[in-house]
Structures are given as structure tokens and as C-alpha cells.
Design a protein around this ligand. Structure first.
Ligand code: KG4
Ligand code: ZN
Length: 343
């Protein structure tokens, strides 16, 4: 039996990456991402500048995605776009574009939840694919905008078990990096220094949060006071100890994540663990998960880096899975800045 070929155009514009991808069923034919460098000089994403950049990028990015996939827009089966959560001005650009194109081509429109898409990125069929997680599994979504532990019972049957009460884990990395004078986004630089440092060199406070929720704002304050105290004694403290400070900060963040993940695994009896989001690129979390395979008997899943950070391929795969179920939207669909999983 031959499977019908379905071509989905995915569009992502929830934060500071404008992305378009074309999928043929579960395979990615193209995944173009325009990253907005403008935010670097401000040390974080500036919403107004993000929506303006999306407005400039969206048409060329979609053109490029279609060209790379060697697909004419007339051959598209449906258009999937990020409805939320995210920055309203940014979401509006992708949403309006997707609605107009679907109307013009007279094809179905599929609204996608960005957080569900980070999880469903695990179902992209890739040559180097390590296999799909089996239901039910636990998903840890960690990025600059989110930190969640989700119980995934089926593609569209998910339940948030825990999430951050303040900063996202990527923000914890970026804000700590900023305190050390590292440029934005500091997460990858902390990771790089940490690989050369001693993770036990310094102790930072761990939050006491009941259950499966997270908190990272106290850690940031702890690091600030620590650095203020040490640089008073030695103005060169940071530059002389950057590797050890980064390793210790990273160790604390990973301890917090792993403790909660382990608790969720114990509570549910589930050992299928999938992670996603930009922070999943961190070498330390990857090593911790590999160790957990041996020590805790977990089966762990980490998507390729390009499907971890914000990208349209994950919107495309979610769109395809919804297409199979006939989950379509009409032209009245609107972007939603706050949009919970499963709602
Ligand atoms: O998923 P993403 O590209 O965008 C969203 O925030 O949605 O994630 C970006 C975040 C940033 O906070 C960045 O510092 C962090 O992921 N990040 C890392 C690493 N690579 C990216 N954090 C720690 N270690 C890394 N290697
Ligand atoms: Zn994201």
C-alpha cells in the first residue's frame, strides 16, 4: 500500500525566529529559519522590533522554504501556523500570513500550539532518527520562554505536570551569563565555559518548590550577591574563575531540572523521557540524560538541534498529525499570546 503524499507548509513566528518549513508526511523537505540578530544589542528580545522583523522576513522565508523543498505552492495540502503562546505582535504576523495564503490557495488552515509542537518534534522522521518515544511519555520542554514537564498520553492528549513559577530555564542561563558580562544569548557560552570548569567549585542556592513546579529567580539573585561579594574582594574574580563559575551555575540548574524530572518519573512510573527546546542543546543535560539511561533505566529522546530551538518543522509535523485527524481551523481563528497545552 502506498501512503498518500501530504505536503504541509509550517509557519512559526511566536518569538524572535521567523521560520517556514515544508514537510512531505513526516519528512522535512526544508526548514528555513531567519534569526533576528537585532535583539543582541539589547540583551534580550524587544517585542516591537521582533514583529517588525517578522513582517520583513516572512515572505522571503516562505519563498525559500518552498524553493528548497522544490514544491510549488499549488501542491500544498494545508498550511499550519503557530497560534500561540508567544508575543502577540509576532504571532499576528504568522497568523495573518497563514490565513491569507490558505484563503488564496483554498486549502485547509491548521492552528498549532507552539508548546505541543516542541513535543511533537520527536515524531519528525529523520534519517538519523533515534526512534519515536512511546506513549505515555514525559516531555521536558526547556527554552528561553518555557520550562514544563508534560505527561504525553497521546499526540493531542497532554497534561502539564509542572512548570516554572517565574523565569524559564533559558532565561536563568542568559541572566546568569549577563551578570558575568557575557553577551546575549549567554546559554551556549555558559555551556562552553562549563565544559572546562569544576562544577563543585561554588555552591548556589536551590529553590524549595513543592511538587513538580520550578523556580529560577532565586538562583539569579544568589549569583548576583555571590558575584558582588567576590568582586569586592578581587575585582578580577569573574575573569579569573569564569570556567568554574559557569560550571557551578550549570550544575545547579541541571540539578534542579533532573530532580523534578526524576520525581515525575517516580510519580508516574514512566521511564520514556523526551526533551526539547533550545536548552536541550546543553552538553550537560545531554550527559545527564545519557547517565540516567544506565543508572535509572530511562529511555531518553533528544531531537536534532535544529528541531529543538524554535523552528517551523515542528509546526509542520504537528500540522500533519492534525491533518490526519481532520483538525482544521476556519478564517475566524485568532492568535493567542496565552495558550495552554490541551486547551
Ligand atoms: O528554543 P529557543 O531557541 O527559543 C526560545 O526561547 O523559545 O531557546 C533559546 C534558549 C536561550 O535562552 C539560550 O541561551 C538557550 O536556549 N540555549 C542554551 C544552549 N543553547 C541554547 N542554554 C544552555 N546551553 C546551551 N548549549
Ligand atoms: Zn519555543
Amino acid at each position: 500500500m502506498t501512503t498518500k503524499k501530504t505536503y504541509i507548509l509550517g509557519i512559526e513566528s511566536s518569538c524572535d525566529d521567523t521560520s517556514a518549513a515544508v514537510l512531505c508526511n513526516k519528512k522535512v523537505l526544508s526548514n528555513v529559519v531567519a534569526t533576528q540578530d537585532i535583539h543582541r544589542q539589547y540583551g534580550g528580545v524587544v517585542p516591537e522590533l521582533a514583529s517588525r522583523a517578522h513582517q520583513q522576513n516572512i515572505v522571503p522565508v516562505v519563498h525559500q522554504a518552498l524553493a528548497k523543498a522544490n514544491i510549488d505552492k499549488k501542491d500544498l495540502s494545508a498550511i499550519a501556523f503557530t497560534k500561540g503562546p508567544g508575543l502577540m505582535g509576532s504571532l499576528l504576523v504568522g497568523t495573518s500570513f497563514a490565513k491569507s495564503l490558505a484563503l488564496g490557495l483554498d486549502i485547509p488552515l491548521i492552528a498549532v500550539n507552539h508548546m505541543e509542537a516542541h513535543i511533537l518534534a520527536h515524531f519528525i522522521d529523520d534519517d538519523e532518527h533515534s526512534g519515536e518515544p512511546k506513549f505515555p511519555f514525559l516531555a521536558l520542554t526547556i527554552s528561553g520562554g518555557h520550562t514544563q514537564i508534560v505527561l504525553v498520553k497521546d499526540y493531542f492528549d497532554m497534561e502539564i505536570m509542572g512548570e516554572t513559577l517565574d523565569d524559564a530555564v533559558g532565561e536563568a542561563f542568559d541572566k546568569s551569563a549577563k551578570l558575568m558580562g557575557l553577551p546575549y544569548p549567554g546559554g551556549p557560552l555558559v555551556d562552553k565555559h562549563a565544559q572546562k570548569g569544576n562544577p563543585k567549585a561554588f555552591d548556589f542556592p536551590k529553590p524549595k518548590v513543592d511538587g513538580l513546579n520550578f523556580s529560577f529567580s532565586g538562583l539569579k539573585t544568589g549569583i548576583l550577591y555571590f558575584l558582588q561579594r567576590e568582586t569586592k574582594r578581587n575585582p578580577d574574580f569573574i575573569s579569573e574563575n569564569i570556567d568554574d563559575i559557569c560550571a557551578s551555575v550549570q550544575e545547579t540548574i541541571l540539578d534542579i531540572l533532573m530532580e523534578k524530572l526524576q520525581l515525575a518519573a517516580e510519580q508516574t512510573g514512566i521511564s520514556q523521557i523526551a526533551i526539547g527546546g533550545g536548552v536541550a542543546a546543553n552538553s550537560g543535560i545531554r550527559a545527564r540524560l545519557r547517565n540516567a539511561e544506565a543508572e535509572l533505566g530511562w529511555q531518553t529522546y533528544i531531537p536534532k538541534f535544529q528541531y529543538c530551538t524554535d523552528n517551523a518543522a515542528m509546526i509542520g509535523i504537528t500540522g500533519y498529525l492534525k491533518y490526519l485527524k481532520g483538525h482544521f481551523s476556519n478564517q475566524r481563528v485568532a492568535a493567542k499570546a496565552r495558550f495552554a497545552i490541551g486547551s
